[in-house]
Design a protein around this ligand. Sequence first.
Ligand SMILES: *Cc1c(COP(=O)(O)O)cnc(C)c1O
Ligand code: SF4
Length: 354
Amino acid sequence: MNALGAKTLTTPADLADAGLVSAADLPAVTALSARYATAIPPNLVRLIATAGDAVARQFVPDKREFDSAPEERADPIGDHSHSPVKGLVHRYADRVLLMPTLACAVYCRFCFRRESVGAGALMQAELDAALDYIRATPAIWEVILTGGDPLVLSARRMGAIMDVLRDIAHVKIVRVHTRVPVALPERIDAALIDALKRSGKTVYVGIHCNHAAELTEDVVAACARLSDAGIPLLAQTVLLKGVNDTVADLENLFRALVAARVKPYYLHQLDYAPGTSHFRVPIAEGQALVTGLRGRVSGLAQPTYILDIPGGAGKVPVGAAYMSPEGDGGYIVRDPQGTAHAYPPRPGDDCSPV
Ligand SMILES: *Cc1c(COP(=O)(O)O)cnc(C)c1O
Ligand code: SF4
């Protein structure tokens, strides 16, 4: 089979055959593959050939992953300490993460769960125990399927989970976080969509997408199938050096998502997962980027810039502060171009620049 054809690349030899890893880097990549799951499906192999670095960097193993910074940690956002049963994380009272599988369609080199992804699905008894926890916890209003990637499950297995959720009255919302529409758009077929809808709940799908090049015609069509089925779509983007760390990259991405009926939801500050420092954009730079977007792009195309506090204290918005208190009960507020204004306007001053 042609390496650029229909095959998912999973081994260092596959990557070398496809020309994605040089002979010189092969030993390092072989060592990395023993530690971190690797898979690049055909759709993304083809995209790497045409779109180049911004896509390749996200998925091709890189020897810089051996460099672990002291602030990096195996469980960066404290999933383990908030897991009452296997496959479930309950950090906020009203919502839980349910991880029916730790397999993904593609493995991102910056993944915050990179130390745990790659393993397979929960055993049936473990899944039943996680669903029992949801049933027994009336505060749970929303179930967020994540992993791993829940949309690698068969339509039959997804449908079985949705059938259980349908009968839990306190669950009103089901959210699915996935990279499958980007990685394996053909998987988003009628059977999988029917399975998602079997819960009878309001279903949202959050799509992980980091660069406008990922939104190929096939990917946009997969998004359209979900939207046409009445499923609202959100996007999660990770801010990544060399992938999307310019205002133009972010603007192109968010405009393309909105045009594909996908609402940009979060722009994530990269978590401190091991061996990811070559991807990290400093927060001050991230704030400057989102401020740059604010002045020139539709509100539809503005996600919230978000930090997951290391250790598990939760997510907080970290966009630039536009208001600063003045001490007299008033404020100085900066417009997107950076000009400061008094708020409330002072007598005779009518919110003119200060
Ligand atoms: C990110 C996360 C959520 C979802 O957070 P939202 O702000 O609702 O998108 C829920 N639970 C855990 C444990 C999380 O890490
Ligand atoms: S698809 Fe999501 S869970 Fe899977 S490797 Fe990428 S970031 Fe991690």
